[in-house]
Structure formats: C-alpha cells, structure tokens
Design a protein around this ligand. Structure first.
Ligand SMILES: *[C@@H]1O[C@H](CO)[C@@H](O)[C@H](O)[C@H]1NC(C)=O
Ligand SMILES: *[C@@H]1O[C@H](CO)[C@@H](O)[C@H](O)[C@H]1NC(C)=O
Ligand SMILES: *[C@@H]1O[C@H](CO)[C@@H](O)[C@H](O)[C@H]1NC(C)=O
Length: 276
C-alpha cells in the first residue's frame, strides 16, 4: 500500500469513527410514538405497566432487524424525516368504545421491500406488486456480510466478497450502519449502495435472490435507477431495504421477512427477523 493510500484510508476510518461517536452521543434514537422512556427498561412485579421494547427475543435466538416506524425516522429525500404518520382517529378519552389509530405513510418507508413494478412501468401495469413476491425467497438460510467501508458496492467489491454460488440470500452491512443513517432524520444522499456494475456482477455471477441493505435504497444515489433496473428486471431478485443490522455478528442465519399483501403496491413495509 502506498503512503498516500494508507493516509487516505486512515483518514476515512478516523472520520467514520468520529461520525459514529457523534451519532451515538448527541443523536439518541428518539422515543417512539406515545412513549418517552428509555427502551431498555424492563418490567418489574410492582410496575407492570411499563412496556418492554426488545431488539432480541428468546435470549438472543431471534434478532429483530426491522426499524421502528416513528416520525423522526428518515424518509426518501426529506430533510425533516417521516413526520406524523399515525394518529388516534377515535379515542376512548373522547367517548369512543375503543382507541383506533389510522396511518398514512409512503409504501417505501423504513424497513421495506421493493417489487418489480417499482422501476418497470409495464411490470407495474401487469400487476407485479408486493402480493406476488415469493415468500420462499424472503425466508430461509441467509448470509450477513460486511462490505468494505471505503467504497460503494461495485463489481470489484462484489467479487472481493467471495460469496459462494448457491447462497440465495445476502444481507449487506455497509458504512451506513456505522454512520447510523437510519437513525438520522435528514435523508442523506451519500449512503452506500450498489453501483450499476456491482448490481450486474451480482446478477451474472451469483445465485443471490434476496438482497438486503442497511439504508433506504439498494442502489447508490448516483446509480439510483440503473442499479434498480438491473436487479429487478429478471423479476427473481427481491430487494429488502432499510434493515437494522447493528450489533449483529456477520455469519449465517435463517432470515424471515414478511411484506403486507398490498394489492397494487410496488413497495411495502416489511418485518424481518434473523434466527440463529
Ligand atoms: C385509549 O384506551 C385506553 C383503554 O384501553 C384508555 O385508558 C385511554 O384513555 C385511551 N386513550 C385515549 C387517548 O383516548
Ligand atoms: C378529543 O376531541 C377534542 C375536540 O374535538 C380534540 O381537541 C382532542 O384532540 C380529542 N382528543 C383525542 C385524544 O382524540
Ligand atoms: C457512495 O456513493 C455516494 C453517491 O451515490 C457518495 O456520495 C458516497 O461518498 C459513496 N460512498 C463511498 C464510501 O464511496
């Protein structure tokens, strides 16, 4: 490695670490809808009205890799986050028999899935919506891999990952996780994603049918549409975006992702878990 390269890499790493430190210290993940307590609280016998919010279940056997939906989560190209998407349309305090919330949110919010109709109009018209996605692809053995932190996902990066043939589901953890981008309200175009040649390499040289990433788009902003086109054209690959991959060891798991059966929608919020 030449000295210049070394210096650049060192700077990039130091920068990432600094950003990470800043993100964890002063941008605490905002409290979710209706709750202003820390999320790590646990129930005690005396105070059983305190809800428990978990990242893992069953002593770590089940890992939740979905993000919580809340007003301060990032939303595509919005500087102000998702905003209020959920409201109490009927409330017991106002005499209703029960509390009933309503919501309105873009189909590609938070942890979500893309269907082929997202970038192909003729697929959209033909009905390739999220209800037609193959649950066999969305559920099964999966590999969680760490992508080099200094590049977008190019053909060269894909090649360097050495993902064996036969692997059908891969979750790609990138610099986005280190930068905690999914916990920042302002949309950030500098997120890491697939460049067109990386997407093409995946299609041509791997058996991957489930592609999971850790920010709102599988494609780098600079190759937004080209990368989506390459991945979705064959209608075999399913894209799961906005995954929460913090504090999970790289390795093999069983992944389980279930979209809503939204007829006519080219995207859907999705709940994804890993089982050890
Ligand atoms: C919602 O329902 C609970 C009872 O389940 C009631 O105590 C509460 O006041 C209601 N909340 C509002 C905002 O109406
Ligand atoms: C109850 O109704 C009042 C008057 O319409 C409104 O201002 C208030 O926000 C409502 N409260 C809830 C919890 O729906
Ligand atoms: C990835 O690409 C984006 C543009 O889409 C760019 O802003 C960012 O710096 C790139 N990230 C890395 C690590 O090269």
């Amino acid at each position: 490695m030449r000295p210049l390269q070394f210096t650049l890499l060192t700077c990039a790493l130091a920068h990432a670490v600094l950003q990470f430190a800043a993100a964890t210290s002063d941008e605490a993940y905002p409290p979710p809808y209706g709750l202003d307590q820390p999320w790590t609280v646990s129930t005690t016998a005396d105070d059983n009205l305190v809800p428990v919010r978990r990242e893992v279940y069953g002593g770590g056997r089940i890992i939740d890799i979905s993000h919580r939906y809340h007003p301060d989560m990032p939303s595509w190209e919005s500087p102000d986050g998702l905003g209020n998407f959920l409201w109490l349309a009927k409330s017991m305090k106002n005499g209703s028999l029960a509390n009933n919330s309503e919501m309105k949110l873009p189909a590609h919010t938070g942890t979500h899935v893309d269907a082929p109709g997202h970038v192909f109009d003729h697929y959209f018209d033909a009905g390739f919506d999220v209800d037609t996605l193959d649950l066999d692809v969305l559920n099964g053995h999966a590999l969680l891999v760490d992508v080099p932190r200094d590049k977008n996902i190019t053909a060269e990066v894909m090649k360097s990952l050495n993902i064996p043939r036969g692997v059908r589901r891969v979750l790609f953890r990138t610099l986005n996780t280190d930068r905690r981008l999914m916990y920042k309200k302002a949309f950030d175009t500098s997120y890491v994603g697939f460049m067109r040649d990386g997407a093409q390499w995946l299609v041509d040289n791997t058996d991957i049918k489930l592609v999971g990433v850790d920010y709102l788009s599988v494609a780098a902003f600079d190759d937004l549409i080209p990368s989506h086109l390459v991945l979705l054209e064959g209608r075999e690959i399913i894209l799961v975006e906005g995954l929460k991959l913090d504090d999970v060891e790289a390795g093999t798991y069983s992944v389980h992702c279930l979209p809503l059966r939204l007829v006519g929608a080219e995207g859907s919020p999705i709940r994804c878990i890993l089982i050890k």
